[in-house]
Design a protein around this ligand. Structure first.
Ligand code: SF4
Length: 356
């Protein structure tokens, strides 16, 4: 496309002046490198889910347990990989109820009325199914609570004489968690707790970013950039893990890539499994404030410190000081902080930090 200004992309250009004199040569701006893939991994994110939570009529009584938050809110960002273990081992609807019986370490799955033992059938199926799920690129899993197949924890395990005695995991859920110990897994019931919900969804988006980093055949510099951008998110969860990961990142040249990717990924996901607390968030907010506090007036400083104190005292949610911090980070163009995942760990429309 012709233009008096010359073609874009040239290192310099000249404009023919009215008197034939060229204007001063102005270097064109160097184009910024494109953001790495892990910054904006493709959506929706694949998440495994117990089928009945989506409204599928697969329960023993032919009903479902449709969950409005899962199907209404999370469905905007996640694509579901539904699994009903009991249907998939050939039990139709309606069917007998099942229960776990015996040793909490190795419970047996028994049909309540007939006494049919379905343990081997479920364990064999679960091993095969979780191998298939490994090919689906899942970044998380939401399980139906209290189910002898799907329950994540606190599932009743009965004694031989029929008394509920211990608590364990459903057989399919246990196989899933054994196969993918670092995969974010939650139950629908626990997602009503704002802190557990934020932790699960933060881990899901982080898992997806980590997978995108792994898929990009990263060089050491790419891992350094990833770690740097996650500094404050990691500190809000586990300062100890952050330091340990920092030592690994500082010494990448002595470790083969497959090994440092594996070790970093494991430490990163373990760190985010540690719950973020109000105290750790306050430390992070104060630390971030240090980047621009000298540019603030005394009144602005007082206001921000007051909001952080209000958050610490439970008077306002986390989103309040974060919003003001985002405002100052943009106003003073604090690039290092602007690039921190901590300020935007998941889509703001989920409003998770409005309830922390
Ligand atoms: S809890 Fe699991 S096994 Fe039971 S109906 Fe739901 S998906 Fe199927």
């Amino acid at each position: 496309m012709g233009s008096r200004l010359g073609r874009p992309g040239h290192a310099s250009y000249k404009i023919e002046g009215m008197q034939g004199e060229p204007f001063e040569r102005i270097p064109s701006p160097t184009p910024a490198p494109p953001p790495p893939d892990w910054r904006s991994p493709s959506l929706p994110i694949a998440i495994g889910v117990s089928s009945c939570l989506l409204g599928e009529e697969v329960r023993f009584d032919g009903g479902h347990k449709k969950d409005g938050y899962i199907t209404g809110v999370l469905a905007q960002y996640f694509s579901w990989v539904p699994v009903c273990p009991e249907m998939e081992i050939g039990l139709g609807t309606p069917r007998e109820t099942l229960r776990l019986v015996g040793d909490s370490e190795r419970p047996r799955m028994i049909a309540t009325k007939s006494g049919t033992d379905l343990t081997e059938a479920m364990i064999t199926y679960a091993g095969q199914r979780v191998r298939e799920l490994g090919e689906k690129g899942l970044s998380g899993y939401i399980l139906k609570r209290a189910s002898p197949s799907c329950g994540m924890a606190r599932v009743k395990i009965y004694t031989e004489d029929g008394m509920p005695a211990r608590a364990g995991s459903g057989l399919f859920a246990q196989a899933l968690m054994d196969a993918f110990p670092l995969l974010p897994v939650e139950e629908e019931g626990r997602l009503t707790d704002p802190h557990l919900r934020d932790n699960f969804i933060t881990r899901v988006f982080s898992y997806r970013r980590l997978t995108a980093l792994r898929d990009s055949a990263p060089r050491p510099a790419d891992l350094v950039a990833f770690h740097t951008a996650h500094k404050y998110l990691l500190l809000a969860h586990s300062p100890g893990h952050y330091e340990k990961l920092g030592r690994l990142v500082a010494d990448l040249k002595r470790v083969p890539r497959t090994e440092w990717l594996e070790r970093y990924g494991q430490g990163f996901l373990e760190a985010l499994r540690v719950r973020a607390t109000t105290r750790k968030h306050v430390n992070v907010l104060q630390h971030i404030m240090g980047f621009f506090k000298d540019h603030l007036t005394a009144g602005e400083k007082r206001e921000l410190l007051g909001l952080i104190a209000d958050y610490a005292g439970g008077l306002v949610p986390l989103i309040v000081p974060i919003t003001l911090i985002n405002h100052y980070v943009a106003r003073f163009e604090v690039t290092y902080v602007a690039e921190q995942v901590y300020l935007h760990p998941h889509p703001k429309e989920l409003m998770l930090r409005n309830h922390l």
